[in-house]
Design a protein around this ligand. Structure first.
Ligand code: SF4
Length: 674
């Protein structure tokens, strides 16, 4: 006895079938999984061009056809034989050719022996076996299956299946002609809804249903009641009719039965109580893996988010796929520029846009091609601009965990150690993979929206509550410092920056780059010695000052304090600057100079100097960030024994793990409650 429209019905039938136990469905044709699957298969096949793998994945597996992992978001029509296993390709071809096939041909092609009998009876009954499939006649078949009771399956079951386990619908049965009865579920899905049924006296009908249930649960000579102890993380709740039957609230099965027996799959574990209730259960197992830039970003955002990040993937399939392919293309161009030149960008766009277009709407295909080509084009320009040459092809593709897909397609066997290089720090608990490390310069390709240096600076400042913290620059700079041979520069290259104008105008590729440089001086010395900052000021300062940047810097170097925020109030400094520029010490001139000093100080904050597309990081700042990361790491190791607390810096609703996070259920209503 079970709810025949719940997934458990199919599971029971499948289990009986596997064990070779004959069974009888006292169900309607529409309830039979074989019929449902067959009709669903044809329905989806009629939309073959627009559906995605995720829509058919489960259905295919019912027919013993499988897809390779990670294909869910791709268009089904773009899949190839290599993307599937077992019968997948056979089923795919049936879907593709559905409009040229008849109902019996599809039945023959996809159904197993048992399903063939059931589907065969149905399509012969409806006289559509030799009809070519169209949306119109499919709707007629579906209508008949849903509404014509004469299609009742019991009358047609094969002789060998007339004896056996009787599957009974909990909502429509009373007397069961069997000696042993199994009751499955008995939860909320056994409720019979009467709301919205006109002309029915609800009270009367409810009484009848309760009486029916009372009789139903006492059938046979031996009875087994199978229930869940929990459902959806909560205690399983018996069907509401039991409340009426017992005339009191029955909110758990233990109230109904004094002797609950656990299934043999249930393992009894000793209950553990934490010694200190505020700290949870402490285990001996610790996790002390090093931080990558993304795992640290997660930890910084919320320790629990870090934990989820260790074993769950986020649904950012589309962006990561685009990012991965642009990174792969960049690696190819660094190693084999001649091949890219000979074959042309379109060749590579064709190669990937087939699978990439499947990730966004099919109607976006044209735009996606343009987007991919644009990103590839800017990548080639940037790499040309770096003047990379004599690249060592010293790493076999076979040792790579994710070998470059373009190189495989071109039959290459080697990549270069200057691309996708893994570095691990001995000094700090961090590791990282550098996209490109050439001639002492690190480059990271970015395929998302471009950031300005102000946001980049904020995102790497401990204590800031930005939406997307990003500590990549300090982590990578310190990794490359340890490695040696380093130019103290880290380029963030935004492949999609200036995409609207760069086709029309000849925008220099350097405008897609944000430069992060390391300065081994104090912030004041960085300000006075930076050539880049001087040229920035020679445009950004007011008319009276911009022509005299060198003179201003000389005075600052000689007499300004390290406290840069006080410069605009420092009368002696202001007067000296006025003197060195040959200006009278008037109020207006003092104000102009004070404003200029404020502007200079405004570019420098917390050990960072930012101007134009450049961010200079002082070594003091770098060391303080890396020390901070080390402290956070020790904290993380400790928390790995006690549990990672939910301490979100931002809004939980923006966290990629929001849907799985248990914070809601454990929240004590504190200030951080979402
Ligand atoms: S949902 Fe909130 S508490 Fe949970 S992991 Fe994300 S940020 Fe942390």
């Amino acid at each position: 006895v079970l709810n025949t429209s719940s997934p458990i019905a199919d599971a029971v039938r499948a289990a009986l079938y596997r064990k070779g136990l004959p069974f009888i469905n006292s169900l309607n044709v529409r309830d039979l999984s074989q019929i449902r699957d067959y009709l669903q298969f044809i329905t989806l096949a009629l939309d073959f061009e627009t559906i995605r793998v995720k829509h058919v994945k489960e259905l295919f597996s019912n027919y013993n056809g499988f897809f390779k992992k990670g294909k869910e978001e791709f268009l089904l029509s773009k899949q190839t034989e290599a993307d599937m296993r077992s019968r997948g390709w056979e089923l795919w071809k049936v879907m593709r050719d559905i409009r040229s096939m008849t109902y019996s041909e599809v039945c023959e092609a996809i159904c197993d022996r048992r399903a063939k009998i059931q589907v065969g009876i149905l399509i012969n009954d409806l006289q559509v076996a030799d009809t070519k499939i169209t949306s119109v006649n499919l709707n007629e078949v579906k209508y008949a299956v849903d509404n014509v009771n004469e299609l009742h399956h019991n009358e047609e079951i094969p002789e060998e299946e007339k004896r056996g386990v009787l599957l009974v619908d909990c909502n429509n049965s009373v007397y069961i002609d069997r000696p042993v009865v199994f009751y499955l579920g008995m939860e909320q899905d056994w409720n019979k809804t009467l709301i919205g049924k006109q002309y029915i006296d609800i009270e009367d009908e409810t009484d009848k249903n309760v009486a029916r249930l009372n009789a139903l649960i006492q059938q046979g000579q031996v009875r087994y009641y199978f229930v869940n102890s929990t459902k959806g993380g909560k205690q399983a709740r018996p069907c509401m009719m039991f409340d009426l039957l017992y005339r009191k609230p029955m909110d758990s099965f233990s109230k109904m039965c004094g002797k609950l027996v656990k299934g043999r799959w249930h393992k009894e574990e000793e209950q553990q109580m934490p010694e200190d209730l505020s700290r949870g259960i402490v285990t001996d197992k610790t996790f002390n893996g090093k931080f990558s830039k993304s795992s640290f970003n997660n930890y910084y955002s919320c320790p629990r988010r870090f934990m989820y990040g260790l074993f769950l993937t986020t649904p950012e399939e589309k962006n990561s796929e685009f990012g991965t392919l642009i990174h792969s293309f960049a690696e190819l161009y660094v190693c084999y520029p001649q091949d890219v030149e000979d074959l042309g960008l379109d060749h590579f766009v064709d190669m990937i846009s087939d699978s990439y277009s499947g990730l966004s709407s099919p109607m976006m295909e044209g735009l996606d091609r343009a987007k991919i080509k644009q990103a590839m084009w800017t990548v080639t320009r940037y790499i040309d601009h770096l003047g990379i040459k004599d690249v060592p092809l010293d790493t076999p593709l076979s040792v790579k965990k994710h070998p470059n897909r373009f190189m495989i397609a071109l039959g290459k066997e080697f990549t270069s150690s200057i691309c996708e290089q893994d570095l691990e720090s001995d000094k700090y608990p961090v590791h990282g993979q550098l996209d490109l490390f050439w001639n002492g310069l690190i480059t990271d390709y970015k395929t998302g929206s471009p950031s300005d240096v102000k946001s980049i600076a904020e995102a790497m400042t401990p204590g800031s509550n930005v939406k997307y913290p990003e500590f990549q620059a300090p982590i990578y700079l310190s990794l490359s410092l340890e490695k040696g041979g380093y130019r103290k520069e880290f380029d963030l290259f935004y492949a999609m920056d200036n995409d609207a104008v760069s086709i029309v105008d000849d925008v220099p590729i350097t405008s897609n780059v944000r430069y992060i440089r390391l300065s081994e001086k104090s912030i004041k010395d960085t300000i006075v010695s930076s050539e880049g900052f001087r040229s920035y000021l020679s445009v950004a300062l007011s008319k009276n000052l911009r022509g005299n940047v060198d003179a201003i810097m000389r005075v600052i170097r000689d007499m300004a304090s390290e406290e840069i925020t006080s410069w605009d109030q420092d009368v002696a400094l202001i007067n000296n600057i006025a003197d060195s520029l040959g200006l009278n010490r008037t109020k207006t001139n003092s104000e102009t100079i004070s404003k200029g000093l404020r502007k200079i100080a405004g570019c420098a904050e917390g050990g960072l100097l930012r101007y134009g597309d450049t961010l200079e990081i002082t070594s003091g700042f770098l060391v303080s960030v890396m020390d901070y990361i080390s402290q956070m790491h020790s904290k993380m190791v400790e928390q790995s024994r006690e549990g990672f607390p939910a301490l979100p810096r931002g809004r939980c609703s923006e966290c990629p793990y929001f849907s799985v996070c248990t914070k809601g259920t454990i929240d004590d209503g504190g200030e951080r409650g979402e």
